[in-house]
Ligand binder design. Structure first.
Ligand code: OGA
Ligand code: NI
Length: 337
């Protein structure tokens, strides 16, 4: 049976041609080493000054870090992971009721990245939800599994709080007022991608997600604890970011690169797949409100430092982002001053 999604319950015995990357774009998995020193920030530390400094270093050198003692209850995290896994185990007919490849839909199950724009597909299915304000969006979320709405709703509230705290640390680490990022981004939107990467017959030839940067402000990623697959570009080399118990991976998106006038990097990252095990991840994205004017913080463009990017609204950025292919040049390049 041919279906639109990969998570059909059928084990795929060969990789269809439409997923095969040209030779020069393949992941070269044997050349990827484990990133031993990915910063782990203890948010439970009473030494705020030190936490701010560590986060600043991580944002400058990696654009990515992990947080522990982050305040999101373990139970909320575990339930989120379980219900995500149950969702993808539903019968394919049930899931297909939610299928759409229209990026403007606020709730949809889809596959790959942007099936109508891309040349080569990616070995991923994903459920994409808008999560803020909750009263507006929860009613349209899946009602199967029956506990889905309540569990995901609770998780979203907790993760949003965490994201706001991290934005404060990041503001301070740039020498800005604690509320600077919050003030610029306005009433932040929140989206979620529940990613499911089925076992793949030929992981050397394709991606779960090819190298990309996230278009939003901040991403809070819950990785599968058993199955690794996240890789980040560090000093020109792809390194594996292995899952760590009770941690979230935090990565900066394009908006924080622009707001920091390029001091902080929106990190290139990708998800690779494997032959043996399905992998799940839950990405929560905090985004500026549509009309937020993204512009480099004033103190960062003084003393002879010119603004690298022109001012733009998030709405303008977002429409450019979805109008292109994920693995093209950095979308921010289109906004150079
Ligand atoms: C994403 C993403 C990585 C992963 O959803 O934007 O980068 O490990 N996911 O699933
Ligand atoms: Ni991403």
């Amino acid at each position: 049976m041919e279906t639109k999604v990969l998570s059909s319950g059928i084990r795929h015995s060969n990789l269809p041609e439409s997923y095969v990357r040209p030779e020069s774009e393949r992941p070269r998995l044997s050349e990827v080493s484990l990133c031993e020193d990915v910063p782990v920030i203890d948010l439970g530390s009473p030494d705020r000054t030190q936490t701010v400094r560590h986060i600043g270093e991580a944002c400058r050198c990696y654009g990515l870090f992990q947080v522990i003692n982050h305040g999101v209850p373990l139970e909320a995290v575990n339930k989120m992971a379980e219900v995500a896994s149950e969702f993808f185990k539903l019968p394919v007919e049930e899931k297909l009721k939610l299928y759409s490849d229209d990026p403007s839909k606020t709730m949809r199950l889809s596959t790959s990245f942007n099936v109508n724009k891309e040349k080569v597909h990616n070995w991923r299915d994903y459920l994409r939800l808008h999560c803020y304000p909750l009263e507006k969006y929860v009613p349209e979320w899946p009602s199967n599994p029956p506990s889905f709405k309540e569990i995901v709703r609770n998780y979203c509230i907790q993760v949003r709080e965490l994201g706001f705290r991290i934005e404060e640390y990041i503001s301070e680490s740039l020498g800005l007022e604690k509320d600077h990022i919050k003030n610029v981004l306005g009433q932040q939107g929140q989206h979620m991608a529940v990613n499911f990467y089925p076992p793949c017959p030929e992981p050397e030839l394709t991606y779960g997600l090819p190298g990309h940067t996230d278009p939003n402000a901040l991403t809070i990623l819950l990785q599968d604890l058993q199955v690794s697959g996240l890789q980040a570009l560090k000093d020109g080399k792809w390194v594996a970011i292995n899952p760590q118990p009770n941690a979230f991976v935090i990565n900066l998106g394009d908006q924080l690169q622009a707001l920091s006038n390029g001091i902080y990097k929106s990190v290139w990252h990708r998800a690779v797949v494997n032959t043996d095990n399905p992998r799940l991840s839950v990405a929560s994205f905090l985004c500026p409100e549509d009309h937020a004017l993204i512009s480099p913080a004033k103190p960062l463009t003084q003393d002879g430092c010119a603004a690298i990017y022109r001012d733009f609204t998030y709405a303008e950025y977002y429409s450019k982002f979805w109008g292109r292919n994920l693995d093209q040049e950095h979308c921010l390049e289109l906004f150079k001053a």
